[in-house]
Design a protein around this ligand. Structure first.
Ligand code: RB5
Length: 146
Protein backbone atom coordinates (compact mmCIF):
# COMPACT_ATOMS: atom_id res chain seq x y z
CA UNK A 1 0.00 0.00 0.00
CA UNK A 2 1.38 3.39 -0.93
CA UNK A 3 -0.44 5.84 1.34
CA UNK A 4 -2.06 5.53 4.77
CA UNK A 5 -4.76 8.17 5.16
CA UNK A 6 -6.44 9.38 8.35
CA UNK A 7 -8.41 12.26 9.79
CA UNK A 8 -10.41 13.37 12.79
CA UNK A 9 -13.89 14.92 12.50
CA UNK A 10 -12.39 18.31 11.53
CA UNK A 11 -10.46 16.70 8.71
CA UNK A 12 -13.05 14.19 7.60
CA UNK A 13 -14.47 16.15 4.64
CA UNK A 14 -11.03 16.96 3.25
CA UNK A 15 -9.94 13.34 3.77
CA UNK A 16 -12.88 12.19 1.67
CA UNK A 17 -11.89 14.65 -1.08
CA UNK A 18 -8.30 13.39 -1.00
CA UNK A 19 -9.60 9.83 -1.15
CA UNK A 20 -11.69 10.63 -4.23
CA UNK A 21 -8.58 12.14 -5.84
CA UNK A 22 -6.55 9.00 -4.96
CA UNK A 23 -9.25 6.88 -6.61
CA UNK A 24 -9.17 9.06 -9.73
CA UNK A 25 -5.37 8.82 -9.93
CA UNK A 26 -5.26 5.09 -9.08
CA UNK A 27 -3.13 5.75 -6.01
CA UNK A 28 -3.23 2.82 -3.61
CA UNK A 29 -4.24 3.82 -0.07
CA UNK A 30 -5.65 2.59 3.21
CA UNK A 31 -8.17 4.78 5.02
CA UNK A 32 -7.81 4.31 8.79
CA UNK A 33 -10.77 6.59 9.60
CA UNK A 34 -12.53 8.45 10.99
CA UNK A 35 -15.52 7.49 8.91
CA UNK A 36 -18.01 10.07 10.17
CA UNK A 37 -18.35 13.68 11.26
CA UNK A 38 -18.91 12.90 14.96
CA UNK A 39 -16.34 14.41 17.30
CA UNK A 40 -13.34 12.14 17.88
CA UNK A 41 -9.72 12.33 19.03
CA UNK A 42 -6.97 13.06 16.49
CA UNK A 43 -4.15 11.13 18.27
CA UNK A 44 -5.89 7.83 17.53
CA UNK A 45 -5.77 8.38 13.76
CA UNK A 46 -2.34 9.96 13.78
CA UNK A 47 -1.00 6.94 15.65
CA UNK A 48 -2.59 4.52 13.15
CA UNK A 49 -1.12 6.31 10.14
CA UNK A 50 2.25 6.92 11.82
CA UNK A 51 2.69 3.29 12.82
CA UNK A 52 1.63 2.11 9.34
CA UNK A 53 4.43 4.25 7.87
CA UNK A 54 7.02 3.39 10.53
CA UNK A 55 6.38 -0.35 10.10
CA UNK A 56 6.63 -0.15 6.30
CA UNK A 57 3.02 -1.15 5.80
CA UNK A 58 2.61 2.19 3.99
CA UNK A 59 5.27 4.18 2.15
CA UNK A 60 3.73 7.55 3.03
CA UNK A 61 1.01 8.94 5.27
CA UNK A 62 -1.47 11.78 4.95
CA UNK A 63 -3.28 13.15 8.01
CA UNK A 64 -5.96 15.81 8.28
CA UNK A 65 -7.30 17.52 11.40
CA UNK A 66 -8.57 21.06 11.89
CA UNK A 67 -5.15 22.68 11.61
CA UNK A 68 -2.78 19.76 11.04
CA UNK A 69 -1.01 20.64 14.30
CA UNK A 70 -2.27 17.89 16.60
CA UNK A 71 -1.76 15.24 13.93
CA UNK A 72 1.80 16.45 13.38
CA UNK A 73 2.70 16.57 17.08
CA UNK A 74 1.43 13.03 17.60
CA UNK A 75 2.95 11.47 14.48
CA UNK A 76 6.38 12.91 15.24
CA UNK A 77 6.46 10.99 18.55
CA UNK A 78 6.68 7.74 16.57
CA UNK A 79 10.19 6.52 15.77
CA UNK A 80 10.83 6.61 12.03
CA UNK A 81 8.12 9.15 11.29
CA UNK A 82 9.02 12.56 9.88
CA UNK A 83 5.73 14.42 9.78
CA UNK A 84 5.44 17.86 8.21
CA UNK A 85 2.67 20.41 8.05
CA UNK A 86 2.27 22.14 4.71
CA UNK A 87 0.01 25.05 3.94
CA UNK A 88 1.29 25.67 0.43
CA UNK A 89 3.05 23.82 -2.42
CA UNK A 90 6.50 25.16 -1.53
CA UNK A 91 6.32 23.82 2.02
CA UNK A 92 5.13 20.48 0.68
CA UNK A 93 7.96 20.32 -1.84
CA UNK A 94 10.65 21.38 0.65
CA UNK A 95 9.43 18.87 3.24
CA UNK A 96 10.24 16.14 0.73
CA UNK A 97 13.43 17.60 -0.81
CA UNK A 98 15.20 18.48 2.45
CA UNK A 99 13.38 16.65 5.25
CA UNK A 100 12.32 13.40 3.57
CA UNK A 101 8.96 13.86 5.28
CA UNK A 102 7.03 10.61 5.19
CA UNK A 103 3.81 11.94 6.70
CA UNK A 104 1.98 15.05 5.48
CA UNK A 105 -0.32 16.89 7.90
CA UNK A 106 -3.02 19.18 6.57
CA UNK A 107 -5.55 21.57 8.08
CA UNK A 108 -9.09 20.79 7.04
CA UNK A 109 -10.24 24.09 8.52
CA UNK A 110 -7.42 26.02 6.88
CA UNK A 111 -7.12 24.77 3.32
CA UNK A 112 -9.51 24.91 0.40
CA UNK A 113 -10.00 21.50 -1.19
CA UNK A 114 -8.24 22.40 -4.45
CA UNK A 115 -5.23 23.84 -2.61
CA UNK A 116 -4.99 20.73 -0.44
CA UNK A 117 -5.10 18.41 -3.45
CA UNK A 118 -2.35 20.42 -5.13
CA UNK A 119 -0.24 20.12 -1.96
CA UNK A 120 -0.79 16.35 -1.77
CA UNK A 121 0.08 15.89 -5.44
CA UNK A 122 3.33 17.86 -5.20
CA UNK A 123 4.25 16.13 -1.96
CA UNK A 124 3.74 12.63 -3.37
CA UNK A 125 5.64 13.47 -6.56
CA UNK A 126 8.73 15.04 -4.99
CA UNK A 127 11.77 12.93 -4.06
CA UNK A 128 14.24 13.43 -1.22
CA UNK A 129 17.49 15.11 -2.33
CA UNK A 130 19.68 13.08 0.03
CA UNK A 131 23.34 14.16 0.35
CA UNK A 132 23.88 16.66 3.16
CA UNK A 133 20.20 16.40 4.01
CA UNK A 134 20.58 12.68 4.70
CA UNK A 135 23.31 13.53 7.21
CA UNK A 136 20.86 15.83 8.97
CA UNK A 137 18.14 13.18 9.01
CA UNK A 138 20.68 10.77 10.52
CA UNK A 139 21.53 13.39 13.14
CA UNK A 140 17.86 13.68 14.16
CA UNK A 141 17.95 9.97 14.99
CA UNK A 142 21.31 10.15 16.74
CA UNK A 143 20.36 13.12 18.92
CA UNK A 144 16.80 12.16 19.79
CA UNK A 145 16.78 8.38 19.51
CA UNK A 146 13.91 8.77 17.02
C1 RB5 B 1 -10.60 19.59 16.79
O1 RB5 B 1 -11.49 20.55 17.23
C2 RB5 B 1 -9.22 20.20 16.58
O2 RB5 B 1 -8.67 20.60 17.78
C3 RB5 B 1 -8.31 19.22 15.87
O3 RB5 B 1 -8.90 18.86 14.68
C4 RB5 B 1 -6.93 19.73 15.50
O4 RB5 B 1 -7.01 20.95 14.82
C5 RB5 B 1 -5.93 19.74 16.56
O5 RB5 B 1 -4.76 20.06 16.33
Amino acid sequence: MKVALGADHAGYILKEAIKAWFNKKNIEYKDVGTFKLDSCDYPEYSYKVGTAVASGEAEMGVLVCGTGIGMCITANKIKGVRAAQAYDPQMAQMSRLHNDANVLCLGGRILEESAAIEIVEIWLNTSFEGGRHQNRINLIGQLTGK
